[in-house]
Design a protein around this ligand. Structure first.
Ligand code: CMC
Length: 431
């Protein structure tokens, strides 16, 4: 008997099966041969929320949640945060290796020269209510780009995919800044191609009447590091949405809209906004023990936002780096008064049995909102700032899915628990 197999004895029939094990996994379809009678559909695995199911093979991002390790294409996140920049990291994620100097120059040129939006985009952003949530506007606006680029539906043409990649990574900051300016009633500020990716975003967000906006270098760098940290995170909820929607062969703008919609939720990318609301609700450091008590008594109803992760059962390595970034930003903009509450929450939670037993540690969203707030951004823009850098990860995962011969349209099975067959009851006979 081969050693890399799993032997299953079905006690319902007494039959024995040998199933191959590859990469620490069995192929769920191999279970289908396990039947109890002729016509039986075969054994399925039941896994709500994909707690123990690998939906793909991927070469992009590696996470070891127990050890707190995150690597893009093999490179540790700590090294990328220190030595790389967002556009180089996006190149790495999409192409599989670090670019040479000419490759990086060409890549950056192409992204920079796809930052301008069609003027009509402004018209439908104008149509949103003044207090529309920026994430709702972003989701709609990026989906609407599908109507401007008909060539995007040629998803199996590598040239078309390349073009949409430039457009999506180039235009996401412009869309983000436009929805922000719309919320504040400010005129839209156009991209400045002389600036870096994050310098230009700051320009489009904050430019007033000056002829040339000069981004504050510490803030520009801080945003760049945050963007590196947010670029990809393997099969999270929004990436799964990107792959799932993309698997029906819709165009990448619609798939990114779906991914961004998934990111919007407070359990995912909306957590950075939720953390700030929680810190404001707590109000002061002395109220922290009372809040922690509520979380423990609430048992899943009151959450310590920015804590916990499906994969990390250790300190999220991104949160560690973000804490350092926060210090650099506070040096320029002044200490965010909510920081003391956050530090106290972390201190108490990391010593508390409830959190220790469940391996709940701060995640990427715990401190990022404090930085964005210190930069002068309102809370409802925080998930938008997550969506911009995650776009490179989404596209990379989408392309990997499209080119993977094992992938098909994503279509899970279900276990039906509803009513058995019954006959239609006319209205006058219903009770
Ligand atoms: N506060 C209090 N209790 C928690 C928390 C929390 N933040 N997170 C998990 N728990 C408890 C949960 O109630 C459960 O307890 P019990 O075993 O008694 O039922 C236990 O810990 C296991 O949690 P789970 O809900 O089974 O874990 P999950 O893998 O399904 O959920 C999570 C992961 C991130 C959705 C969850 O930890 C959470 O909702 N955290 C707060 C929201 C948040 O910060 N999200 C950002 C995630 S990181 C950025 C990103 O990639 O989006």
């Amino acid at each position: 008997m081969a050693s890399n197999t799993l032997t299953i004895i079905d006690n319902r029939t007494g039959k024995k099966y040998e199933i191959p094990v590859n990469n620490g996994a069995i192929n769920a379809s191999d279970l289908r041969q396990i039947t109890v009678s002729e016509g039986d559909f075969g054994l399925m695995s039941y896994d709500p929320a994909f707690m123990n199911t690998a939906s793909c093979q991927s070469k992009i991002t590696y996470i070891d949640g127990d050890k707190g390790i995150l690597r893009y294409r093999g490179y540790p996140i700590e090294q990328l945060a220190e030595k790389s920049n967002y556009l180089e990291t996006a190149y790495l994620i999409l192409h599989g290796g670090l670019p040479t100097k000419p490759q990086l120059e060409e890549w950056s040129y192409n992204i920079t020269h796809h930052t301008i939006l069609h003027e009509n985009v402004k018209k439908f952003i104008d149509g949103f209510h003044h207090d529309a949530h920026p994430m709702g506007m972003l989701v709609s606006a990026v989906g609407a780009l599908s109507t401007f680029y008909a060539d995007a539906k040629n998803i199996f043409d590598p040239e078309s995919r390349k073009k949409q990649t430039y457009r999506l990574i180039g235009k996401m900051p412009t869309l983000a800044a436009f929805v922000y300016r719309h919320s504040t009633g400010m005129p839209y500020a156009y991209p400045d191609n002389d600036l870096s990716y994050t310098g230009n975003l700051l320009n489009m967000l904050f430019k007033m009447t000056e002829l040339k906006y000069k981004p504050q270098p510490v803030l520009e760098k801080a945003l760049d590091v945050l963007f590196i940290l947010h670029a990809d995170h393997e099969q999270n909820c929004s990436t799964n949405a990107m792959r799932g929607v993309g698997s029906s062969h819709s165009d990448p703008y619609c798939a990114v809209a779906a991914a961004a919609a998934a990111l919007y939720g407070p359990l995912h990318g909306g957590a950075n906004e939720a953390v700030l609301r929680m810190l404001m609700e707590i109000g002061s450091k002395d109220k922290v023990p009372e809040f922690i008590k509520r979380v423990k008594e609430g048992r899943g109803k009151v959450m310590l936002m920015g804590f916990g992760h499906r994969v990390y059962k250790n300190y999220d390595p991104r949160a560690r780096i973000i804490k350092q970034v926060a210090d650099s930003v506070f040096e320029v903009k002044g200490r965010n008064p909510l920081l003391d509450i956050a530090l106290e929450l972390e201190r108490i939670a990391l010593e508390d049995d409830y959190f220790i037993k469940r391996k709940l540690y701060p995640n990427v969203d715990f401190y990022s909102g404090l930085i964005y707030q210190s930069m002068g951004l309102p809370m409802d823009m925080f998930p938008v700032l997550f969506a911009i850098p995650r776009t490179s990860g989404w596209i990379s995962q989408w392309e990997e899915m499209l080119l993977d011969p094992e992938q098909k349209i994503a279509r899970p099975r279900q276990i039906y628990k509803g009513a058995d067959k019954r006959d239609y009851v006319p209205m006058d006979k219903r009770k």
